[in-house]
Design a protein around this ligand. Structure first.
Ligand SMILES: [Zn+2]
Length: 422
């Protein structure tokens, strides 16, 4: 809801490269929240915070102009005038700082960080800024195009705040700090690379048996083959991300998605459910007569009832998305009648591949099936857990959690219809 959303805008003096920042992949991201908590407490009283060591950097008139630009915003907007350094809690990464502040504030909105220079001269007046649009339905693209620009004077900052005021509505995006995104992309790259045979015991065992020359030839051939395969796939425009070959045994609609919302609002989930319903209706039209029409209809009915129930819980919306996808899988005549459960890290990822076993899930406290992408990222799953109303999706013992989204029952849609009495 826009009414509960807040915007925080921050300006920074020096854009410090974030490569060396030490951070946690999960909120609050920074290792020390003392300063962030102090700033959050002040922001709850006043949407403009000027830190003591920046106070001389802005005149009273300039402060008043920024304050006026914060008024009458469609969403809460917070501006923080604060310095950053490589030694601070975010290692000078303004984006990470704003995400930490958002977490501590526990309020969605637009957060702006403003960094004033130590000495403002006639030639150098500029402020650096970081902007984060967090959990609010504004198009961050238009705003960010301005905020990521060159250093601003106060008129520039006021213009950025004006862009916040007039930004078009857009679906709420699930934003991670850029440093965390970059880290995840690096990990994805690493897991997509074929295994280096030198790193496995089999290679050295092979060397002892077959002899060093043959071993070296095999290693060279393996490297060449891996190179050619990757080159060929890249040339063909195919992404080299087979997270787990067992994923291919699932009907396409149930396979692991690389990206799925992690902290979706009810509105995002409702929109996703409607998309799934439309896709299911379309698949039914073209489905062969051999499919289990009765079962597909039950899946559609449940998903449709949930989509049209005012105030449906986020848990039921997620469950209905899984049910709708199951229904679509069943329109494929080759689909096995017994469908797997959805990924317990985030059911929106997709289903667990057949025979992939159960695995530890952060904060769940027991083993459960997970999707192919999560299988490939074990040990890094904490930041991938689906959060609903700021809690893990498995925090309450819903019908979805007890059945592990269908793993323990033969027909999830029928079971949910009966249990939830919708
Ligand atoms: Zn998963």
């Amino acid at each position: 809801m826009a009414a509960t959303a807040a915007a925080v805008l921050a300006l920074s003096f020096v854009a410090v490269p974030a490569g060396a920042v030490e951070f946690s992949p999960t909120p609050p991201y920074v290792h020390d929240t003392e300063r962030v908590e102090r700033i959050a407490a002040a922001l709850r009283e006043d949407p403009l915070f000027v830190d003591i060591d920046s106070a001389g950097g802005l005149s009273a008139a300039e402060t008043a102009r920024i304050r006026a630009a914060l008024d009458d915003q469609p969403v809460p907007v917070y501006a923080v005038v604060v310095r950053s350094s490589p030694e601070d809690e975010s290692g000078g990464d303004g984006d990470l700082f704003l995400h930490a502040l958002h977490h501590v504030m526990d309020e969605d909105g637009v957060y702006l960080r403003i960094e004033v220079p130590w000495s403002r001269s006639a030639e150098y007046q500029g402020f650096y800024t970081d902007l984060a649009v967090l959990g609010v339905s504004l198009s961050s693209y238009d705003i960010k195009s301005a905020a990521d620009g060159p250093p601003y004077d106060v008129a520039g900052i006021v213009a950025v705040l004006e862009e916040v005021r007039t930004a078009p509505e857009a679906p709420v995006r699930d934003e991670l700090p850029r440093a965390v995104q970059r880290q995840e992309e690096r990990e994805d790259e690493a897991s997509a690379n074929p295994t280096n045979p030198l790193a496995t015991g089999d290679f050295w065992g092979g060397l002892l048996v077959i002899g060093p020359l043959v071993g070296a030839l095999l290693y060279g051939a393996a490297l060449l083959l891996a190179f050619l395969v990757r080159l060929g796939l890249r040339t063909a425009g195919i992404s080299l991300r087979p997270p787990d070959p067992r994923d291919l045994d699932l009907p396409a609609v149930l396979r692991a998605r690389r990206r799925a919302p992690r902290r979706p609002s009810r509105r995002t989930l409702t929109a996703l459910l409607h998309t799934e319903l439309r896709a299911l209706a379309k698949a039914v039209e073209t489905a062969s007569p051999d499919t289990d029409r009765e079962r597909i209809r039950t899946a559609y009915d449940f998903a449709n009832l949930t989509a049209t129930t005012p105030g449906a819980s986020p848990e039921n919306l997620v469950g209905a998305i899984v049910v709708a996808r199951n229904g679509r899988a069943l329109t494929d005549p080759d689909c096995p009648p017994r469908l797997p459960g959805a990924c317990m890290v985030n059911p929106l990822h997709g289903s667990a591949p057949p025979d992939s076993g159960k695995h530890p899930i952060p904060r769940l406290g027991r083993l459960a099936p997970i999707c192919a992408h999560c299988l490939a990222r074990q040990g890094h799953l904490a930041s991938r857990v689906l959060m609903l109303d700021k809690k893990p999706h498995f925090a309450t013992d819903t019908v979805w959690v007890t059945t592990r989204y269908g793993e323990t029952v033969p027909d999830l849609a029928r079971y949910a219809l009966k249990e939830l009495d919708v």
